[in-house]
Structures are given as structure tokens and as C-alpha cells.
Design a protein around this ligand. Sequence first.
Ligand code: KG4
Length: 333
Amino acid sequence: MRILGIESSCDDTAAAVIEDGNKLLSNVLSSQDEIHSRYGGVVPELASRNHLENIHPIVFEALARANITLDDIDLIATTQGPGLIGSLLVGFSFAKSLAFQSNTPYIGVDHMSGHLLSVFLEHTVEFPYVALIASGGTSSIFLVKSFTEFQLLGRTRDDAAGEAFDKVAKLLQLPYPGGPHVSKYASSGDGKFVKFPRAWLEEDSLDFSFSGVKTAVLNHCNQQQQKDLPLRVEDICASFQEAVVDVLTVKTVRAAKKHKVKSVVLGGGVSANSRLREVFSEICGKNDLNFHVPHPKFCTDNGAMIALAGYHKFNAFGPMMPEEDVYSRSILG
Ligand code: KG4
């Protein structure tokens, strides 16, 4: 069975073809980072306009690279939500029209389920497992019970982890998206320079809150400037990164222990952070947990994870009703 996966929930237009659940035949992506970097964040109207320009070439490039045509596709899977409505509508409507034109079944997939399952593009993991998805729009911990059953255990109450990285980068006048820049400066900084606050929230809570640490970085910068002292950007980045990594890793491992799983899986753009991976490896090792993190191209938004999640959803529940529409907030959990 060949599945075409289409993803356009935010600012990446992506398409991929997989075979029989996880054999990757092609994976194509057009990033809009350059367009949005001028504005320091994603501009929804620009994102949907660029998806409109890119969707046709990207989807047909994915078919060409897989060495097949639309006639060889058995299922079209597309992101249905959550995300920016205008962006979602482009991929979703395009997928629907391709499906009608070629008389192929199609299915809408929750973007989060794609992230939660993307590890299967490279590895096999035993169910149930705990997954942390940390990106520009999400910081959530899930219990993944099967290919189609997901239980939300905790989520951010304010900023997502990636959003906090982006906002701290902006106040340190580093380019957008800020995560990779903060991480680069942090690699030569002292993580103990400032003890920025960790929001542990109520005892046993698996929710996150990153707005406080971001404000603490702002206060630190203001105080230094008032004293006419230079900003130690490397040390600030390293100290901020330590605070975020500390909370993400401790809460995820706490969830894994509580639900007695054997494995922890990481996903979302923030999982490119090398310090996060390093601390996860250490803490999972100490707690007798297997730790899996997909290749960076499968951690960020991509069409392959949508094809994979769509394959399993289709096998379990069949095709989508034609009247179904996109949604902005995740329905998982
Ligand atoms: O999953 P993703 O590509 O897409 C969206 O959420 O749209 O995640 C992007 C986020 C951005 O906030 C970016 O700053 C962050 O992931 N990010 C990082 C790193 N690389 C990307 N955050 C921390 N360290 C990194 N190395």
C-alpha cells in the first residue's frame, strides 16, 4: 500500500510517499523560515499564500522522487489540525481534490499523532510509551497506547518550549527562529551563570509553564543594562537552556515512571537541541528507560509522519467523511 502524506499546518509545505506503513519512498519540504524571519515569527496570511504557491510543486515532486504517479497511490493522508486555519486549508483542500480526481481514499490526520508516531519511520518501539513533543507551538507529554490511542498527560499552560527559545532569542537580538541560535551560543556558555526559575507547578503536575523563565531572562537583561554591564549572551543562553531542559526531562521521566513504560520518545523541532538530547540520554539511562529520538528531518514538520499516522488511522477506522473540515486545536487527549 502506497500512501501520500501532505502537511501544511504552519509554515512548512511538505509531502512524502511511504509504502506499507513505514518504508520511505520520498520526503520533500519547502520551508518558509526566510520569509517569516523578517517579522520575528510566522505571519499567518503570508504562510497560507506561500502554501498556495508551493503545494502543487511539492506534492508532485514527492511523487516524482518516489518514481510513481498519482495512479500508484492507494491512500492520501493530510493534516486536518491543529494549526493555522488558512495554512491547513491549503493542504487539506488540495488533498481532497486530488482524492476526488483520482478516486483514491483520503484521510485527515491530527498533526500531533504524526509527531507521536514518527519514531516508527526508523525504529520499532513497544507500546505503551511516553512521548514528549516540544516545538514552536506545543510542549506536551502523551502516553501512546497504540497507533491510534493517545492520552494527553501534560501540556504547557502558556508558552511552548520552542516559543520560549524564540522569544529569548528575540530579546537577545538573535535571528528567528531563535532555538538553534540560543543553542549555539549556549554551547560555549556557563549554564550555572544565572539560576533561572523552573516552574514545577503543583506537586505531580505534568503541565509546563515557560513564560516565567522568559520574563526572568528579560529582567536579568534589564538589570545588567541599568548597571551598565555588558550582556553575557553565551552564559544567559546556557542558563536559560538549562532551566528549560531541566523541566522537560524531569517531567517526562516522571510521566514514564508513573505509567510504568519502558521507553521515552522525543519529537518536535526543539528535539534538535543537543543539550536536551544529552540530558535525556543520561536521565533515561539512570532510570532504566529506552530513549528514542527520530532523525531531525522527522522531528520537525514533515509529510512522512502524516502518511504513517494516516496509514494506521485508515486501517483502524476507514476513510474520512467528505464533509469533514480542518480544526485549529488538537483533538487528542
Ligand atoms: O516542530 P517545528 O519545526 O515547528 C513548529 O512548531 O512550527 O519547531 C520549531 C521550533 C522553533 O521554536 C525553533 O526555535 C525550535 O523548534 N528549535 C529549537 C532548536 N531547533 C529548532 N529549539 C531549541 N534548540 C534547537 N536546537
